[in-house]
Write a protein that binds this ligand. Structure first.
Ligand SMILES: [Zn+2]
Length: 69
């Protein structure tokens, strides 16, 4: 039995979990996948900074070991 030499390409739909937009590409591995962020909603493309939910690790460290300024 001869195996096909070339990989089989199938249309693939990537769905953004942040804004819900769909991106159609051709893939050889899977029919659909999910993205965390895409170019429609990423701050680097939109220019809108997202608000952090909580302080960073550095902030909590500085709060714990406050020095006299
Ligand atoms: Zn998106």
């Amino acid at each position: 039995m001869n195996k096909p030499i070339q990989a089989v390409s199938t249309p693939t739909t990537y769905t953004c979990g942040n804004c819900g937009s769909e991106i159609n590409i051709v893939s050889t591995t899977q029919a659909s996948a999910n993205l965390d962020v895409c170019s429609n909603c990423h701050p680097a493309y939109t220019g809108i900074e997202s608000k952090q939910a909580s302080g960073s690790k550095v902030d909590s460290f500085n709060n714990r070991y406050k020095t006299k300024g």
